[in-house]
Ligand binder design. Structure first.
Ligand SMILES: Cc1ncc(COP(=O)(O)O)c(C=O)c1O
Length: 175
């Protein structure tokens, strides 16, 4: 069942609480696809840059990565095969060779708000990032989604009947 984003659903709250308690002590953003997750991450990074880094907005990305088919995610994806027909794409993305930590360090300057890397690139093979690779980005790395079927949202008809989406109650957002 789809609900407007003006409302939270109880299963959503329960899942968020579970994730925050077991994975990371922060907030959870639910979305429908890998591309949407990356759009959210891009916007979050830019907002942070605007608020805390004097308007820093550039995101450093890696060649060979795939981040999705929406305009921001495509701008983060270097492969011309995906980009070409949709150019001009949003500006503010630079692409460095994957795993080149020297290039990564050199690409970061006062305009950088984030580094967007897949811990394992899948589009160009199965290539893991060198250990410590994301730490070398000076702490501004964000992991791009790894969109296997297990990370995608399940369709409503695949949900358990009891307490599942068909019996979802809603709560109004407070902010
Ligand atoms: C690494 C990675 N990021 C993002 C995406 C985009 O995900 P979606 O197709 O769910 O928008 C994919 C899709 O294959 C992917 O493999």
């Amino acid at each position: 069942m789809h609900t407007s984003n003006l409302y939270y659903t109880e299963p959503q709250l329960e899942l968020a609480e579970l994730l925050v308690a077991s994975a990371f002590p922060s907030r959870v953003f639910f979305c429908n696809s890998g591309a949407e997750a990356n759009e959210g991450a891009i916007k979050l990074a830019r907002k942070w840059g605007k608020m805390h880094r004097d308007g820093a907005h550039v995101i450093v990305c890696a060649q060979g990565a795939f981040h999705g088919r929406t305009m921001g995610a495509l701008a983060a994806t270097a492969n011309p095969r995906y980009r070409k027909q949709f150019e001009p794409l949003p500006k503010g993305f630079v692409h460095i060779p994957y795993g080149d930590l020297e290039a990564l360090e050199q690409s970061i300057d006062s305009a950088t708000c984030a580094v967007m890397l897949e811990p394992i690139e899948g589009e160009s093979g199965v290539i893991p990032l060198e250990p410590g690779g994301s730490r070398r980005s000076g702490g501004c790395a964000m992991s791009a989604t790894c969109s296997s079927s297990s990370t995608r949202s399940r369709p409503a008809w695949d949900a358990p009947a009891a307490g599942g989406p068909t019996s979802t109650r809603t709560r109004r957002r407070t902010s």
